[in-house]
Design a protein around this ligand. Structure first.
Ligand SMILES: Nc1ncnc2c1ncn2[C@@H]1O[C@H](COP(=O)(O)OP(=O)(O)OP(=O)(O)O)[C@@H](O)[C@H]1O
Ligand SMILES: [Mg+2]
Length: 212
């Protein structure tokens, strides 16, 4: 399956989720291609660090931009069980190309008012992509959720009811395990001292996204 993690909003955890999803699929025994379609190349930097610190990445990683995202992913997808595409935090040709080729797009949202306002923009992009990619399944997911308070629920409500992008009820909390794992080139599910909540949320998100 081809899964794109995409949002026009920056800093919502796209790369964090993309690499952790790729690593979780790897852990489940799948052959994974990680596509870095963000010119910032954060996923590639993570992969280089992972190679250096752990000796191997486990997945195959490539960098693509613009129309090549569609052309190359279409060409390479049959060679892998899963393709995970990390897209940059702006409306770019790469983002649009990723949406035309993905089976599923996950759009992470932080539980903040300004963040949920980009749902409309993402919905427009998804609707446009469906002209070429009729079967595209699109989901909004909360990331960086607060440990408590009403903002998570308010944000979840704000993300519900959009006809283009459905709300996927698999929120991921703001958990130090994510940056801690990234700093040593790992996914949260690979850490020796596992944060059970981070791992549980991530595994649940992956299970839901790949069966959605
Ligand atoms: N669930 C989480 N818990 C804790 N920290 C997180 C979580 N998700 C992301 N972060 C942190 O938030 C910051 C932004 O995450 P990330 O770089 O993945 O976002 P992004 O959407 O890819 O950003 P960009 O738009 O710049 O590509 C990073 O410091 C990352 O470690
Ligand atoms: Mg990123």
């Amino acid at each position: 399956m081809i899964l794109a993690v995409a949002q026009t909003k920056g800093g919502v955890g796209k790369t964090t989720l993309a690499v952790n999803i790729a690593i979780e699929r790897l852990r489940l025994g799948h052959d994974v291609l990680l596509v870095d379609a963000d010119d910032q190349r954060t996923a590639s930097d993570f992969t280089a660090l992972r190679q250096d610190l752990t000796g191997s990445t486990g997945y195959t990683a490539i960098e693509l931009s613009g129309a090549a995202v569609r052309a190359q992913v279409l060409k390479l997808a049959p060679k892998y069980d899963d393709v995970v595409i990390d897209v940059g935090g702006r409306d770019t040709a790469s983002l649009r190309a990723a949406l035309t080729v993905a089976d599923v797009v996950l759009a992470p949202f932080m539980p903040r008012t300004f963040d949920v306002w980009t749902l409309g923009k993402m919905a427009e992009l998804v609707a446009e992509a469906r002209i070429y990619n009729e079967g595209l399944r699109a989901y909004a997911v909360l990331n960086l959720c607060d440990p408590m308070g009403g903002d998570n629920m308010a944000a979840a409500e704000a993300l519900k009811g959009n006809p283009e992008i459905l709300y996927l009820n698999a929120p991921v909390g703001r958990r130090k395990a994510f940056p801690n794992a990234a700093a040593v080139g790992k996914g949260v599910v690979e850490m020796e001292r596992r944060d059970s909540k981070a791992c549980g949320e991530l595994s649940y998100l992956v299970a839901k996204a790949f069966t959605a």
